[in-house]
Design a protein around this ligand. Structure first.
Ligand SMILES: NC(=O)c1ccc[n+]([C@@H]2O[C@H](COP(=O)([O-])OP(=O)(O)OC[C@H]3O[C@@H](n4cnc5c(N)ncnc54)[C@H](O)[C@@H]3O)[C@@H](O)[C@H]2O)c1
Length: 370
């Protein structure tokens, strides 16, 4: 198969979809791999390293889309890329369709086979292609929030770990999946007091076992508990998810009044539309804004700030699926691999993921009818 690796064009997105090592595997399996010039530079990989593994270096963004039967990307296509996609072409990337009706309608019009990393789901419910980026974003969340507790960047002027006689900062984490558990790990490591909230009691039990003896309290996700936690928090990390669907709103605008002035919300769920009513996507160049005195950090591609780590972590989990799609073609691959079938969000202009269809009140077409 002809596989294309374009350069990412989203602001400050320095990740690339596959490392030279993964390209070596694909070329040795008999595929042709095209890499856009400089695509890997942000992650530290030169064109020469890709060429040495058998890739052909292509000068233009347009040409990559034109040549390739499968495009392997990192982020969703931007407006300037919509017209480059074509019917029957495979697009394998983070799509996050539920966050944007405009993107969903545009992608449907192209007729592309859109397979979203974030909804590839194994029978036990795990999201293997979301997990490593969630681990990274989760680990980053307390670190970025910490900057905004300090006066040069923020308002509260609080030292996250406190000192003898002065208490540590309070971090509340809502949603204890991959992001939330990793955020808890780092927040505890930085010396904060952590309250972890989830609607699933099993997640709360797991967190308590994992962090036994640490400065962690768990609470179930009911409105009273949420309000109480907001009152005493310096940092709130939002990391809830309903796979494929728009993020549930757990903080309404009214609830901001309960929070301490200058406290920080990191809405990691922003890539699925955001879990605070007042969240809107921001970029690494201009990551924060304020609403009612509360600092909001809503960067939708947090792992893009650590492209070297993220590219390696992403490739580690995507390469087997890329290889399977390339070897079998998408139809046979999804027939034989349930996890991959759950990743197909759109095909030939039909919405093939129930949660995406439900989010936009669109018609859902099961894959076996395509
Ligand atoms: N901004 C970024 O750069 C970035 C990077 C990676 C992941 N993400 C996003 O972070 C979010 C979380 O990802 P994840 O991998 O941790 O998901 P996950 O499925 O592992 O965890 C989500 C958790 O949220 C809980 N939850 C769902 N609804 C809830 C509610 N109303 N109240 C309390 N808990 C609730 C679930 O029980 C689950 O434990 C996703 O939207 C993902 O796309 C964003």
């Amino acid at each position: 198969m002809k596989i294309g690796i374009p350069k990412e064009i989203k602001t400050n997105e320095e990740r690339v979809s596959l490392t030279p090592g993964a390209v070596q595997r694909l070329t040795s399996e008999g595929h042709e791999v095209f890499v856009e010039k400089s695509a890997g530079l942000g992650a530290g990989y030169t064109d020469e390293e890709y060429a040495a593994q058998g890739a052909k270096i292509v000068n233009s963004h347009e040409e990559i889309f034109e040549i390739s039967e499968m495009i392997v990307k990192v982020k969703e296509p931007l407006e300037s890329e919509y017209h480059l996609l074509r019917e029957g072409q495979i697009l394998f990337t983070y799509l996050h369709l539920a966050a944007s009706r405009e993107l969903t309608e545009a992608i449907l019009k192209t007729g592309v086979i859109g397979i979203a990393y974030e909804t590839v789901q194994t029978p036990d419910g795990d999201l293997p292609l979301l997990a490593p980026m969630s681990e990274i974003a989760g680990r980053m969340a307390p670190m970025v929030a910490n900057q905004y507790l300090m006066k040069p960047h923020g308002k509260r002027g609080v030292l996250i770990c406190g000192v003898p006689g002065v208490p540590e900062a309070q971090v509340t984490i809502i949603g204890l999946g991959h992001v939330g558990l990793n955020a808890a790990r780092i927040a505890l490591g930085l010396g904060a007091r952590v309250t972890a909230i989830d609607k699933n009691p099993a997640k709360l039990r797991y967190a308590q076992d994992l962090f036994r003896g640490a400065n962690l309290t768990t609470m179930s996700s009911d409105p009273q508990n949420l309000k109480q936690a907001l009152k005493y928090s310096d940092i709130v990390i939002l990391s809830v998810l309903t796979p494929g669907a728009k993020a549930p709103i757990v903080i309404t605008r009214d609830m901001l009044k309960l929070m301490k002035p200058g406290s920080v919300i990191v809405d990691v769920s922003i890539d699925q539309g955001g879990a605070a009513e007042t969240s809107k996507p921001t970029t690494h160049i201009d990551p924060v804004y304020e609403v009612d005195g509360i600092i909001h950090y809503c960067v939708a591609n947090m792992p893009g700030a650590v492209p070297r780590t993220s590219t390696r972590a992403l490739t580690m989990v995507t390469i087997d699926y890329v290889s399977e799609l390339a070897a079998k073609g998408w139809k046979r691959a999804v027939l034989e691999n349930q996890a991959l079938a759950r990743g197909v969000n759109v095909a030939y202009g039909y919405v093939t993921h129930p949660a995406v269809a439900q989010t936009f009140n669109m018609e859902y077409t099961p894959l076996n009818r395509i």
